[in-house]
Each structure stands twice: as structure tokens, then as C-alpha cells.
Design a protein around this ligand. Structure first.
Ligand SMILES: NC(=O)c1ccc[n+]([C@@H]2O[C@H](COP(=O)([O-])OP(=O)(O)OC[C@H]3O[C@@H](n4cnc5c(N)ncnc54)[C@H](OP(=O)(O)O)[C@@H]3O)[C@@H](O)[C@H]2O)c1
Length: 347
């Protein structure tokens, strides 16, 4: 089990104005295996093919002013240049210092392999206007990619299944950029226990962070516990169940997290929207959620959620029953020729 004692505290005092910024010192943090501190909640920056780069960069500016100190970026989101301008302006205006932010980015699937990791990170650093990232992730453990905005049935004939040797060739390049000081921490994303068991013993520099889908209806308890046992901190994506995810990631069987009875009951107890319940649950459980929103009302309420009015142990227990095994990001566009179902990606 993850140790909830990792976090400093969640304050239940101080009535707050809903639109006030949050003092970043009130946001609980976790300590990574490298000793670096990471805020217990951050902001996602994937626009889900719906929000453009300028709109997201404006949200990043607003989020910094509101007290966010962790931002989850990726080259494939197509907005790092605009977000970089937002960071640069925030530093120049003295709103925040570089060392106060924890900024992550990710290697896209078409840049796996020798030499391409450094090229990819160099482009990201140029776009983000940074000298280093706090963590650099391998976005997916395969070199399989698709055209941006493609539909769910599209397949790339060059796609291949996971191979630990191929993955480690990319990871060795990740270790190199870590050695160069360009990434303070390394991370993997969209892994499984099976893949981690194959890869971790081969790492010279182990990942400090694993990013995985995580929300009440998809808790990934086994993978989550495995990461805790390996002293790896978990970043949880789609923490609200990604209600505006791209059409290719929607199926009729998907459930809506904010409508689950277990979530709704806790929201009713606290007199709040179900969205902050999902975030309180994530942080109190021991992971780092990265909710996305371009709307100040929502992103401020998301940050406040983890600084006040925690869920009770009984509510945390009840939320375990919200599990519905509902994976939203199935990754079917990454399937290789001959693969029959997206479940083959998640051994
Ligand atoms: N590593 C990976 O492979 C991977 C995959 C997927 C996502 N991610 C990362 O995870 C981040 C989060 O995932 P996500 O954006 O898909 O899903 P999400 O954070 O679960 O959901 C985001 C949606 O929830 C709505 N929302 C946010 N706060 C709300 C609130 N307080 N009340 C009501 N609605 C609210 C937003 O709508 P409004 O904009 O209207 O507020 C937004 O469209 C991404 O942005 C990305 O950085 C990583």
C-alpha cells in the first residue's frame, strides 16, 4: 500500500473564497526517491483535440498565478512552444522562479531509439524555454505512433509489440540525458507490472515516476501497489475520468466517474461537486493527479480540493468500491499488425 504519510498535511481549517489563489505552501507534496519534492497535484496540458495551444498556455499562466507548481507537458500535445512563452513571462514578471516549478515532458513514440531522445528533449527544452525538465517520461513503451487527431480505427503498419530490449535501447538514451543534467528525474508511462518487472532490473537509473491512468472507476490497484513497493511515485492521468476526451477514446461501455454513486455520496456529504472528490481521493490514496481545465473556476477548485476538507477514512473505504475496471485510454491506435484487441497492449 502507498504510505499516505508521504504527504505533509491537508488543512481543514480556514474558510476560503472560492476564487482566491491558493498559497502553494499549503499544497501537500511528496518526496521522490531522488529526494526531490513534487506537489501532490498538478495541471495537465493535453487539449484533447478540443482546446488550442494559446488557450492552454493562458490556462497555464492563470494556474501559476493561482498556486499550481506542477505542469504535465508532452511534445505530442503540440503546445509546448506556447506554454514555454507562458513560463518565460511568469519568470520575467517575478510571479514564480524556475526552481519553484516542477515541469515534466514526454518522449513521443516516433522518437524512440538511439540519438532521438536527446534530439527530442532538445526541441522540448527550446520550446518550453528551459535548461532542464524536472522529469522526462517515455510516453508509451512502444515506438508505435499515429497521425495527430486520427480516428480510433487507424493503424500504422510499422507498429510492433513491446520488446524489453527495444525499450531499454531507448531507456539507455534517457539515462544519458539524465547524466547530462537535462532531466532531473526519469519516468515511464503506460506501463504494466509485467513490463516493469522486465525493465526495472535492467535500469542503471530507475524511474522516479510512473504515469498511469487512474480515477475512481479505474484504480489500477495492483500496478499502484507495485510502484509503491518499488518506491516509485505515481502520477495519475485522467483523474476526473476525462469527460472531454477525444471521440476515439470513447466507447458505449465507459462509465462516468463523476456520476458513480460512491463518488456522488461523498460529494453530497461535503456539499461539493464530484470532481474535487476524485482529486481528494487520489491525493489521500497516495498518487499525484494532474487534472486538466482551461476554466479558472475549475482549475482553482481542483487545487483547493487537496488543501481543505479531506475525505474521511470511511469515504476512502467506500470509494474502493467505485472500481469498474473502466480503462478510458485503451491505446488501440498503437496496435501492431496481427494484434486483435487493445487488451494486448496491457499484459
Ligand atoms: N501519459 C499519458 O499517456 C496521458 C494520457 C492522457 C492524459 N495525460 C495527462 O493527464 C491530463 C489529464 O487528463 P485529461 O485531461 O484527459 O482528463 P481529466 O483531467 O480527467 O478531465 C479533464 C476534463 O475535466 C473537466 N474538469 C476539470 N476540472 C473540473 C471541475 N472542477 N469540475 C468539472 N469539470 C472539470 C475539464 O473540462 P473544462 O475544461 O470544461 O473545465 C476537462 O475537459 C492531460 O491533460 C495530460 O496532461 C497523460
Amino acid at each position: 500500500m502507498a504510505d499516505p504519510g508521504f504527504i505533509n498535511s491537508i488543512n481543514s481549517a480556514d474558510p476560503v473564497n472560492r476564487d482566491d489563489p491558493v498559497d502553494p505552501r499549503k499544497v501537500p507534496f511528496r518526496t521522490l526517491c531522488t529526494g526531490q519534492k513534487i506537489p501532490s497535484i498538478g495541471m495537465g496540458t493535453f487539449g484533447s483535440d478540443k482546446y488550442g495551444p494559446e488557450e492552454i498556455a493562458a490556462a497555464v499562466t492563470g494556474a501559476i498565478r493561482s498556486g499550481y507548481r506542477l505542469f504535465d507537458c508532452a511534445s505530442v500535445y503540440g503546445n509546448e512552444a506556447q506554454i514555454g512563452t507562458a513560463f518565460e513571462e511568469a519568470f520575467a514578471a517575478g510571479i514564480v522562479r524556475r526552481e519553484e516549478l516542477f515541469i515534466t515532458s514526454k518522449l513521443w513514440n516516433d522518437m524512440h531509439g538511439k540519438g532521438d531522445v536527446l534530439l527530442s528533449l532538445a526541441k522540448t527544452l527550446k520550446d518550453l524555454r528551459l535548461d532542464y525538465v524536472d522529469a522526462y517520461f517515455v510516453h508509451w513503451p512502444f515506438p508505435n505512433y499515429h497521425a495527430p487527431g486520427c480516428d480510433g480505427d487507424s493503424r500504422n503498419p510499422d507498429s510492433v509489440p513491446f520488446s524489453v530490449d527495444r525499450f531499454m535501447a531507448t531507456w539507455n538514451q534517457m539515462e544519458r540525458i539524465h547524466g547530462m543534467g537535462l532531466a532531473k528525474n526519469l519516468g515511464m508511462s503506460n506501463m504494466t507490472v509485467t513490463k516493469l518487472e522486465a525493465a526495472l532490473p535492467k535500469c542503471r537509473i530507475r524511474p522516479s515516476l510512473i504515469e498511469m491512468e487512474q480515477h475512481p472507476s479505474f484504480q489500477q490497484q495492483e500496478l499502484f501497489d507495485y510502484c509503491a513497493s518499488e518506491n516509485i511515485t505515481v502520477i495519475g492521468y485522467c483523474p476526473l475520468g476525462s469527460p472531454n476526451r477525444p471521440e476515439r477514446d470513447k466507447t458505449p461501455k465507459d462509465v462516468t466517474d463523476t456520476e458513480l454513486p460512491e463518488v456522488a455520496a461523498a460529494a453530497k456529504n461535503h456539499g461539493i461537486h464530484p470532481a474535487p472528490v476524485c482529486l481528494k481521493w487520489a491525493v489521500q490514496r497516495g498518487s499525484v493527479p494532474i487534472p486538466f481545465s482551461v476554466h479558472a473556476k475549475n482549475y482553482i477548485s481542483n487545487l483547493k480540493a487537496v488543501t481543505e476538507d479531506p475525505l474521511t477514512p470511511e469515504e476512502m473505504e467506500a470509494l474502493k468500491k467505485a472500481e469498474r475496471n473502466c480503462r478510458l485510454v485503451k491505446g488501440q491506435v498503437f496496435l501492431w499488425p496481427g494484434a486483435k484487441s487493445w487488451t494486448e497492449l496491457w499484459d
